[in-house]
Design a protein around this ligand. Sequence first.
Ligand SMILES: CSCCC(=O)C(=O)COP(=O)(O)O
Ligand SMILES: [Zn+2]
Length: 265
Amino acid sequence: MSKQFTTINAKPPLQHQMHTTDHHVAELHVDSNDSIHPANLICSLSRQFYNNNWCTGTGGGLSIKDPQSRLTYFTPSGVQKELMTPSDLYVRNEDGEYVNKPLVSKNYKPSACTPLFSICYEAKNAGAVIHTHSQNAVICSMIFGDEFQISNIEQIKAIPNGEVDPNTGKLKYLQNFDTLVIPIIDNMPHEDELQDSFHEILRSYPNTVAIIVRRHGIFVWGDSIAKAKIHNEAIDYLMELAIKMHKLGIPSTCPIGDEKKYLKN
Ligand SMILES: CSCCC(=O)C(=O)COP(=O)(O)O
Ligand SMILES: [Zn+2]
């Protein structure tokens, strides 16, 4: 990943920007030439996620909290995510007020995932939340019960274990021999009806960085958009691997050296 992804350089603080009309003030939050401004990043990442088959047919969504301005950016609802432009985004301040909305003529509304993204910000202090309709997440939610589990794979090291190193203050990560556990919750008719399950599962799995929603997709977060993107890619890789292992008859938590005991002829 490019080093650029590690920080978000937003425009100068809003109080230093020129205010003319409400319309212009609002546009300042989403109008930047900086490719890593949250409004630009949401659009470019949404295109990448569409191309990964994670956010097709308007599915999925993305939200970023700008560490500098403390503004939170949300995708609109029911929109082709690969075609969004920065001015299509909803931007909320710390008081929960929208400081940018898409043009009224577009007739948009905020993503149905907004309450779920907000839970991840409040309960997990997330810096960004990604929601995809990854087919790997959907298939894993059919193969596994209440938890996705995988062990003894190098890529597991990309996922934090929930502990903080007292010397560096940085998050500690799982070892390759550890078991990654991601909770699976049942889907509901509407995304906002998943809020109680989100609260409950975050209490039961305080160290998780993701929740799989059965036959629906996955929500993944991190301290920053860079971390959320890494977690999402690593978890998707591990879910794809678990599906391939399942097809071969090898359990995803198979001890090292036991693989051949399970291999189908
Ligand atoms: C065909 S997508 C159904 C809604 C959904 O699950 C989703 O992720 C997108 O919701 P949004 O309101 O953000 O469009
Ligand atoms: Zn969804």
